[in-house]
Design a protein around this ligand. Sequence first.
Ligand SMILES: [Zn+2]
Length: 323
Amino acid sequence: MTHILSSWKGKVIVATGGVAVASGLVIGGMVATSGNAAPPKTATPVSADNASAAAMPPFRLPFPCGQKWRGDTTASSAHTKYEIDFNQGRDLSNVDEGRTVVAAAAGTVIRSTRHVNQSGYGNHVVVQHSGGYQSWYAHLKYRSVKVGQKVKSGTKIGAVGRTTRPSNSGMTAHLHYEVRKNGQYPPVAAYFSGKRFPYPQPRPGVTLTACKGGSTPPPASPVAKICGKGFKQIDSRALGKAGRVYLGYNKANKNNCVITVKGKGKKVKMSAFLQPKGGKAKTDTGNFTQYAGPVKVAAPGKCVKWGGYIGSTKWYSGWSHCG
Ligand SMILES: [Zn+2]
């Protein structure tokens, strides 16, 4: 079965015989074939059941933590067994187009390319992980990584799209995801946060929450980096999806520190705020690319109010962390 990532999600019906398809995407010793491609004879199918989860890198759902996505494995010309299609919004629509796709585990980007005529993968990225595993992300709207780039688990690699070969213009936006062992096709079973994907999953699929199950460590706190040496994070609050406000404390000089942090991008009006009880409030407000603050106040034994905003999303505490 060739992996024609065709239009089964859309309206275009693809003939399974006689369609000229180059499956030149397969790496790891497999060569491009053309015509009505059968799996190259050099391919040794890897039984997913031989793929021990323990030997795998700690894969997570390839979306930002906390997001819920539905994965399905509906059989199609594009799917033999273990490939998964992800949708967050309605299936068979393009509401997911542009949504962030992240690396499912740390690794090195070994492919970031657009195959328009050659295959149905469209814009796709392949990340090489430890243990010979690779994660494949297809139909991306755009790619954010380059070949050779090292990525962490959770690094943005692109956005959900519907890029594929021109004849399949009816395909709807989704993320096609697969895991390969030693570059071989067909893929092996995918795991997320230590759990095997519950195959098979006809549409609409099973809903999974990114990072739930917890084998992915939380991202390192930016408090020490931005507030300075000796500061440790003691609290934080999300500002919607825009970013997060952090409260840090330095035992050595009894200073509190507040920073408001967002991901890189355009300048946005944002603010960090800190006030000790009985003392003057300090704020840092402006148009920043990454963060507001740090604002620091010595408040030994005193309650503080802290908070901040990014754009229109704000959060402020009451008196807290007294002492
Ligand atoms: Zn697919």
